[in-house]
Design a protein around this ligand. Sequence first.
Ligand SMILES: N[C@@H](CCC(=O)N[C@@H](CS)C(=O)NCC(=O)O)C(=O)O
Length: 216
Amino acid sequence: MRPTLTVFESSPDRGRGLARDMRVRWALEETAVPYDVRLVSFDAMKQAAHLARNPFGQIPAYEEGDLVLFESGAIVLHIAQHHPGLLPEDADARARAIVWMFAALNTVETPIVEREAATYAERGKAWQAEHLAMLDARVRVRLQALARHLGDSAWLDGAFSAADVLMVLVLRRLEGSGLLEDFPTLQAYIARGQARPAYRRAFEAQRAAFEATRGG
Ligand SMILES: N[C@@H](CCC(=O)N[C@@H](CS)C(=O)NCC(=O)O)C(=O)O
């Protein structure tokens, strides 16, 4: 059953591949699953038809026959569980890859998103710089641990997996923050992810969607 992915009609990141549909697109490209795309406007995202797909009125949403999923991590896990290429066959290795999926979204993305929110929600506040320094320090702790774990390894746990899809894209949220520059191991890791043909196809697809709506 060919899935449908619901994404921003006009992504606020202007096609930089930072919206969370990119995770699902990349997973679908890695597993060679063709998919359709539904574009939703910000207004439509808060209407009943989309709330039935995603109760939080957000993107992405994923439909496959009668199955309707939201939460990018859960969608990527679903794809990885049903198509070869994104999770190891060995049960223990598979469990470890899933651990790293949770680590990407729970342990690493959380402080990154908190920092990101502070950069715009607290703009102009007298205490913003002090708060940002604290949030930067929290992110750095995570980056240090991640860089230490990766060491000379190409991927998080053996072969490339769904965990790398999530982690690479979570780390990309730090682009422009200056925080990645102290971690060449992580910069190389992100570059390895971005060099994968499936990443490139996913990136081009989301950028083309943005360009098409901008032009039209
Ligand atoms: N935890 C959710 C987060 C989804 C999310 O934050 N989506 C953003 C785009 S990347 C969104 O829809 N923002 C618009 C809004 O919240 O109104 C996931 O991973 O799917």
